[in-house]
Design a protein around this ligand. Structure first.
Ligand code: GP9
Ligand code: MN
Length: 401
């Protein structure tokens, strides 16, 4: 490796100086609890089907949370593992495959590493699937996780599981003892599973009737999202029961779309909207809810991406991000810069690019390509630098511990 590589990349980042909002340090020293919501798109938030809310618990939680209403998922082929990678590293996923599978031996500077180094946090992941899925058991070692609770650590039966494994309610219930035992302060990530394609749930467990669009996948999706919402409600109740709620900062985000383009007509039908390019792009939004007990909430409509979650959390924890090589920008001070997707398309507050065409974000009207192309160089540069950091394992030349 040419040492000029890392110097060039360091120079790129040192030209950017993060700002501080009044919320810098508002959650200092708190335990950090992440919940990665399987296949959860933002359109379900506040949505009603047959007059009933799909996410009653989250809708209520949002009242006293920071709800970031315009956050795009930036995942590619690595799906859940891409979301994890993006959030932990502030880098972009690869154009093909999953970093977890392709580069598990790399040196990365992740949220667990930073929290450990700056504030002595331990780090754990809770997930009901087999530990080798997405090569997590290997990747998590490089990512600085001290504990990984997976399928083998849960009591999984025929009745308490569906599809990929243990259902979300018993999953949270059975996680509580281990969570309570983690050395504090801790960073704990829960990855839900029940709301996974093809969205299966027995009729007795459906807390809302399926939707009635022409697409069955979409109709079922509503029921598994509703179930997941109930699981979150249970989790928060358990946190409160055990006196663990007050000391935690909760960060809840959707990992990627659940309804692929193939079935998307059902979503447009459900939302009563047209099947347009811009509506399709907007369906790539995922919820991001940050809940800090005792702090008033706000709806923040800044356009951002999953990549920004890391700096936003560090901001709340009072950890400066100035010298970290990442593309993450804290969402409380984020500038109107493009949110970049792996395929080179992007969104800003004003414009949306998709398949090399340019649209107005508000009306969806197609506009001249030059209204999008001013960002092209920056997009190429970011994706190229990110790829280079990963593929040449350049972070091993920086201090990570
Ligand atoms: C499996 C879960 C789902 O462990 O993370 O994976 P996905 O198919 O969404 O990437
Ligand atoms: Mn997923």
């Amino acid at each position: 490796t040419d040492p000029a590589d890392i110097e060039e990349i360091e120079a790129y980042f040192s030209a950017k100086t993060p700002e501080r909002s009044d919320l810098f340090g508002a959650a200092k020293g708190k335990n950090v609890v992440f919940v990665s919501l399987e296949s959860t798109q933002d359109f379900v938030i506040g949505q009603k089907i047959h007059g009933e809310e799909v996410t009653p618990f989250l809708n209520e939680l949002i009242e006293d949370s920071f709800y970031f209403s315009t956050i795009y998922n930036q995942t590619a082929q690595g799906k859940t593992s891409d979301a994890e990678f993006i959030v932990d590293t502030g880098l972009y996923p690869l154009a093909s495959g999953s970093v977890f599978v392709r580069y598990p031996e790399n040196t990365f500077l992740t949220l667990p590493h930073i929290l450990d180094r700056e504030a002595g946090y331990s780090a754990a992941v809770f997930h009901g699937n087999d530990r080798s899925f997405w090569n997590r058991d290997e990747a998590y070692k490089a990512f600085g996780y001290d504990f990984f609770f997976s399928e083998r650590d849960y009591r999984v039966t025929e009745e308490n599981s569906v599809n990929y494994g243990i259902k979300d309610i018993p999953f949270f219930e059975q996680s509580m003892d281990e969570l309570a035992d983690l050395p504090e302060p801790y960073f704990a990530k829960f990855i839900t599973l029940t709301n996974h394609f093809p969205f299966l749930l027995s009729e007795e467990e459906q807390l809302i009737a399926p939707a009635d669009t022409d697409i069955d996948v979409v109709n079922r999706y509503v029921t598994t999202v509703r179930y997941q919402d109930e699981a979150l409600k249970r989790f928060f109740a358990l946190m409160k029961e055990r006196g663990m709620y007050e000391d935690a900062l909760f960060v809840i985000y959707g990992d990627h779309y659940g309804i692929s383009e193939e079935y998307e007509a059902g979503v447009h039908q459900l939302l009563g909207e047209e099947d347009t390019v811009v509506n399709h792009v907007k369906l790539q939004q995922v919820p991001l809810i940050i809940h800090l007990p005792g702090t008033d909430g706000a709806v923040i409509d800044t356009v951002g991406g999953q990549i920004d979650i890391r700096s936003t959390v560090l901001h709340l924890l009072g950890i400066p991000t100035d010298d970290f090589l990442s593309f993450s920008q804290d969402l409380f001070t984020r500038k109107n810069e493009p949110v970049i997707f792996r395929d080179g398309s992007m969104v800003t507050e004003e414009v949306i690019s998709h398949d090399r065409l340019c649209y107005r974000a508000d009306t969806g009207q197609q506009i001249e390509n030059k209204q999008c192309s001013s960002h092209e160089e920056e997009i190429r540069e970011q994706l190229e630098l990110s790829d280079r950091l990963i593929m040449k394992d350049l972070l091993r030349f920086t201090e990570t511990d």
